[in-house]
Design a protein around this ligand. Structure first.
Ligand SMILES: [Cu+2]
Length: 471
């Protein structure tokens, strides 16, 4: 280093020591309050071409919210929801961060932003008792997509209860323009009861330590990005997902079924990989993925550690409407039956756990909905409409007129030619290993839905059909 430079360094160092307040660099112009959004929304891109002073106000709050249908959880949050608010700033910005802890909180909280260079990522400077506010300031030195989280002891517990979110530091030159941006964050929950066990579920420290997650979800609950809550876009558009992993423990194998990521900003940094099927997102890390929508469809977001998707909740949807491109994807063009020698009904499912019988019709229906969405939905489709030529409809199905036959189909399986609403099906439905209670629930649910006859099936009905054996 040149002597002159070295002296200058010493000199600035000395001035900095004397200064009582952090010196604002002279390239900071103006001041603004950050727009914060709840997932899956993302604040608008930053258009200014200079660094500014950004004021961020974030509130920690402990709230009871839905984790899954019939399951509640007391979440600890940044901004009242899980994941926490999305924060968007620009490289070089000077951020004045205000952390407010709601007076109703039972615990102190703080924030460690991975975008911060400094002690604890801001944790020390932001430790805040209930009903208090803390202020600290930092300079956004490095662009990228960063996780933030609470780091108050016991740290694992604060994170496990939902205290994480994303902060994007846009590079000086900005990000390339896209048509839509979404905020998706994966995380796990550890509850006293198993997946789906109803009621307000307390946190299980034992399961968290053993890394045995009951729920793995996108955006804080099972189904938060499914059905009416799905993300929506149109063909021809370019989509960017800001994806985070709050953990606390698991690494995500993030994948979108039926899409290839044209670009992945690996680990939320500057390195861009292209043509990626599945990208790894570490706990406490992120990725930015981009793809163009070439054809229509419902594209399913999953953690490709696949039991997490189909058994623990890690499913999201991007619904794409517009112009189908049959060259890009034809859809099914032909369907035939393939039954190799010895093709017999196989049993799927696991031994049913002990369960509490439904006391009301409502309980039976909500239990049935759960079974439908985990065991039947894949074949009979979300609205019971089935798939022409493959899976018969359950919606307005005339096969359901005979209750015993319907029960038998579910518990014993069904194969060979049948007619449903005048159409022939000749296929195999695997026997569903369900308790009498679960079979009664799912059948009652089916009878209650989609214009069906609202019959009620009881565990005793199922028991009787089981006792009569397969006909
Ligand atoms: Cu906390």
């Amino acid at each position: 280093m040149k002597d002159w430079n070295y002296k200058r360094l010493l000199l600035t160092g000395a001035i900095a020591c004397l200064a009582p307040m952090p010196v604002l660099a002279d390239n900071i112009k103006g001041e603004e309050v950050a727009v914060l959004t709840d997932a899956p929304e993302v604040p608008p891109p930053i258009t200014r071409k200079h660094a500014t002073k950004v004021i961020v106000n974030l509130e920690t709050k402990e709230v009871k919210l839905r984790l899954a249908d019939g399951v509640d959880y007391t979440f600890w949050t940044f901004g009242g929801k899980v994941p926490g608010k999305f924060i968007r700033i620009r490289e070089g910005d000077q951020v004045e961060f205000h952390l407010h802890n709601h007076p109703s909180s039972k615990l102190p909280h703080n924030i460690d932003l991975h975008a911060v260079t400094g002690q604890g990522g801001g944790a020390e400077g932001s430790f805040t008792a209930p009903g208090h506010s803390s202020t600290f300031s930092f300079k956004a030195l490095n662009p990228g997509l960063y996780v933030y989280h609470c780091a108050t002891a016991p740290v694992g517990m604060h994170i496990a209860n939902g205290m994480y979110g994303l902060i994007l530091v846009e590079p000086k030159e900005g990000l390339p323009k896209v048509d839509r941006e979404f905020y998706v964050l994966q995380s796990e929950f550890y509850t006293k009861g198993k997946y789906g066990a109803p009621g307000l579920q307390p946190f299980s420290m034992t399961k968290a330590v053993e890394e045995k997650a009951d729920y793995v979800v996108f955006n804080g609950s099972v189904g938060s990005l499914v059905g009416d809550n799905a993300m929506k876009a149109k063909t021809g558009e370019k989509v960017r997902l800001f994806v985070g992993n709050g953990g606390p423990n698991l690494v995500s194998s993030f994948h979108v079924i039926g899409e290839i990521f044209d670009k992945v900003y690996v680990e939320g940094g500057k390195l861009v990989n292209e043509n990626v099927q599945t990208t790894l997102i570490p706990a406490g890390g992120s990725a930015i993925v981009e793809f163009k929508l070439d054809t229509t469809g419902t594209f399913i977001l999953v953690d490709h550690s696949i039991f997490r998707a189909f058994n623990k909740g890690a499913i999201g949807m991007l619904k794409v409407e517009g112009k189908e491109d049959h060259e890009v994807y034809s859809g099914k063009t032909k369907d035939g039956i393939y039954l190799p020698e010895g093709g017999v009904i196989q049993e799927i499912g696991a031994e049913a756990p002990k369960q509490i019988p439904a006391k009301t019709l409502e309980e039976r229906l909500s239990g049935g909905k759960r079974i439908y969405e985990s065991s039947c939905f894949a074949c009979h489709q979300s609205n019971g409409q089935g798939l022409p030529g493959a899976f018969p409809p359950l919606a307005k199905s005339d096969f359901l007129k005979n209750k015993d036959k319907a029960i038998s189909a579910v518990i014993h399986g069904l194969e060979g030619p049948i007619k449903v609403n005048g159409k022939e099906y000749n296929s195999v439905m695997p026997a569903q290993i369900l308790s009498d209670e679960d079979a009664a629930n799912v059948l009652t649910y089916i009878y209650s839905m989609w214009g069906n006859s609202k019959k009620v099936v009881t565990p005793a009905d199922v028991k009787a059909v089981r006792a009569a054996g397969k006909k």
